[in-house]
Design a binder for this molecule. Structure first.
Ligand code: FES
Ligand code: FES
Length: 152
Protein backbone atom coordinates (compact mmCIF):
# COMPACT_ATOMS: atom_id res chain seq x y z
CA UNK A 1 0.00 0.00 0.00
CA UNK A 2 1.28 3.51 -0.73
CA UNK A 3 1.92 5.99 2.07
CA UNK A 4 3.23 9.52 2.00
CA UNK A 5 4.99 10.73 5.12
CA UNK A 6 6.90 13.94 5.68
CA UNK A 7 10.48 13.18 6.67
CA UNK A 8 13.14 15.80 7.28
CA UNK A 9 11.07 18.46 5.53
CA UNK A 10 10.21 16.47 2.40
CA UNK A 11 7.16 14.41 1.48
CA UNK A 12 8.29 10.85 0.82
CA UNK A 13 6.16 8.12 -0.75
CA UNK A 14 6.69 4.49 0.10
CA UNK A 15 4.87 1.34 -0.92
CA UNK A 16 4.87 -0.99 2.10
CA UNK A 17 2.48 -2.98 4.28
CA UNK A 18 0.51 -0.76 6.62
CA UNK A 19 1.97 -2.38 9.72
CA UNK A 20 5.57 -1.83 8.62
CA UNK A 21 7.38 -0.08 11.47
CA UNK A 22 8.48 3.46 10.68
CA UNK A 23 12.04 2.40 11.57
CA UNK A 24 12.22 0.04 8.60
CA UNK A 25 10.68 2.59 6.27
CA UNK A 26 13.36 5.08 7.33
CA UNK A 27 16.23 2.62 7.09
CA UNK A 28 15.26 0.34 4.21
CA UNK A 29 13.11 2.52 1.97
CA UNK A 30 14.55 5.98 2.60
CA UNK A 31 18.18 5.01 3.36
CA UNK A 32 18.22 7.04 6.57
CA UNK A 33 20.40 4.62 8.49
CA UNK A 34 21.36 6.98 11.33
CA UNK A 35 18.33 5.66 13.21
CA UNK A 36 19.27 2.31 14.74
CA UNK A 37 17.52 -0.95 15.54
CA UNK A 38 18.09 -2.27 19.04
CA UNK A 39 15.28 -4.16 20.74
CA UNK A 40 12.37 -3.66 18.35
CA UNK A 41 9.91 -3.41 21.26
CA UNK A 42 10.19 0.22 22.44
CA UNK A 43 12.54 -0.66 25.30
CA UNK A 44 15.98 0.64 24.32
CA UNK A 45 15.53 3.99 22.56
CA UNK A 46 18.03 3.26 19.76
CA UNK A 47 15.35 3.99 17.16
CA UNK A 48 14.26 7.37 18.57
CA UNK A 49 13.15 10.00 16.06
CA UNK A 50 10.91 13.04 16.48
CA UNK A 51 7.32 13.32 15.33
CA UNK A 52 6.30 16.98 15.41
CA UNK A 53 9.22 17.52 17.77
CA UNK A 54 8.28 14.81 20.26
CA UNK A 55 10.50 11.77 20.77
CA UNK A 56 9.05 8.62 19.25
CA UNK A 57 10.21 4.99 19.19
CA UNK A 58 10.12 4.36 15.47
CA UNK A 59 10.39 0.57 15.87
CA UNK A 60 6.93 0.50 17.40
CA UNK A 61 5.09 2.99 15.19
CA UNK A 62 3.38 1.45 12.16
CA UNK A 63 3.87 3.66 9.13
CA UNK A 64 0.08 3.86 8.75
CA UNK A 65 -0.14 5.54 12.19
CA UNK A 66 2.33 8.34 11.43
CA UNK A 67 0.36 11.57 11.71
CA UNK A 68 3.06 14.21 11.97
CA UNK A 69 6.34 15.35 10.51
CA UNK A 70 9.23 13.02 11.20
CA UNK A 71 12.71 14.30 11.92
CA UNK A 72 15.68 11.94 12.09
CA UNK A 73 19.23 12.36 13.36
CA UNK A 74 20.30 13.26 9.82
CA UNK A 75 18.31 16.51 9.91
CA UNK A 76 17.72 17.50 13.52
CA UNK A 77 18.74 21.14 13.88
CA UNK A 78 18.13 24.35 15.75
CA UNK A 79 19.72 25.82 18.89
CA UNK A 80 19.13 22.80 21.09
CA UNK A 81 20.47 20.34 18.53
CA UNK A 82 23.61 22.42 18.03
CA UNK A 83 24.12 22.75 21.79
CA UNK A 84 23.68 18.99 22.30
CA UNK A 85 26.01 18.09 19.44
CA UNK A 86 28.70 20.50 20.69
CA UNK A 87 28.37 19.19 24.24
CA UNK A 88 28.52 15.58 23.02
CA UNK A 89 31.85 16.33 21.34
CA UNK A 90 33.21 18.34 24.28
CA UNK A 91 32.37 15.53 26.72
CA UNK A 92 33.51 12.81 24.32
CA UNK A 93 30.22 11.01 25.01
CA UNK A 94 30.05 8.24 22.38
CA UNK A 95 31.88 4.98 22.91
CA UNK A 96 30.78 2.45 20.27
CA UNK A 97 28.22 5.05 19.15
CA UNK A 98 25.39 2.61 18.50
CA UNK A 99 22.86 4.17 20.87
CA UNK A 100 23.95 7.72 20.33
CA UNK A 101 21.59 8.97 17.65
CA UNK A 102 18.68 7.92 19.86
CA UNK A 103 20.32 9.55 22.88
CA UNK A 104 20.83 12.82 20.99
CA UNK A 105 17.22 12.85 19.75
CA UNK A 106 15.92 12.36 23.29
CA UNK A 107 18.29 15.01 24.71
CA UNK A 108 17.24 17.58 22.09
CA UNK A 109 13.56 16.93 22.80
CA UNK A 110 14.21 17.30 26.54
CA UNK A 111 15.96 20.66 26.17
CA UNK A 112 13.24 22.01 23.91
CA UNK A 113 10.69 21.19 26.63
CA UNK A 114 12.84 22.04 29.60
CA UNK A 115 15.86 24.29 28.98
CA UNK A 116 17.16 23.90 32.55
CA UNK A 117 16.74 20.26 33.52
CA UNK A 118 18.09 19.04 36.86
CA UNK A 119 19.57 15.57 37.33
CA UNK A 120 16.16 14.05 38.01
CA UNK A 121 14.63 15.64 34.90
CA UNK A 122 17.50 14.28 32.83
CA UNK A 123 17.23 10.80 34.31
CA UNK A 124 13.48 10.74 33.73
CA UNK A 125 13.75 11.95 30.12
CA UNK A 126 16.66 9.69 29.23
CA UNK A 127 15.87 6.50 31.13
CA UNK A 128 14.29 4.88 28.08
CA UNK A 129 17.55 5.23 26.15
CA UNK A 130 19.84 2.36 27.03
CA UNK A 131 23.58 2.35 26.41
CA UNK A 132 25.48 -0.91 26.54
CA UNK A 133 28.71 1.09 26.87
CA UNK A 134 27.29 2.88 29.95
CA UNK A 135 27.91 6.45 28.85
CA UNK A 136 25.24 7.69 31.25
CA UNK A 137 27.48 9.91 33.38
CA UNK A 138 28.86 11.68 30.32
CA UNK A 139 25.39 12.02 28.81
CA UNK A 140 24.13 13.72 31.94
CA UNK A 141 27.15 16.05 32.06
CA UNK A 142 26.76 16.89 28.38
CA UNK A 143 23.10 17.75 28.80
CA UNK A 144 23.96 20.11 31.66
CA UNK A 145 26.63 21.72 29.45
CA UNK A 146 24.20 22.07 26.57
CA UNK A 147 21.66 23.69 28.90
CA UNK A 148 24.31 26.15 30.06
CA UNK A 149 25.24 27.00 26.48
CA UNK A 150 21.58 27.67 25.71
CA UNK A 151 21.44 30.28 28.50
CA UNK A 152 23.99 32.44 26.70
S1 FES B 1 14.69 -0.48 18.70
FE1 FES B 1 13.08 0.85 19.18
S2 FES B 1 13.17 1.11 21.31
FE2 FES B 1 14.66 -0.41 20.88
S1 FES C 1 27.84 4.22 23.11
FE1 FES C 1 27.82 2.08 22.81
S2 FES C 1 25.78 1.51 23.15
FE2 FES C 1 25.88 3.55 23.80
Amino acid sequence: MAFTIKVNGTDRSVDVDEDTPLLWVLRDDLALTGTKFGCGVAMCGACTVHMDGQPLRSCSMPVSAVTGEITTIEAVDGREAKAVQDAWIAHDVPQCGYCQSGQVMSAVALLRENPKPDDRDIDLAMNGNLCRCATYVRIRAAIHSAAKALEA
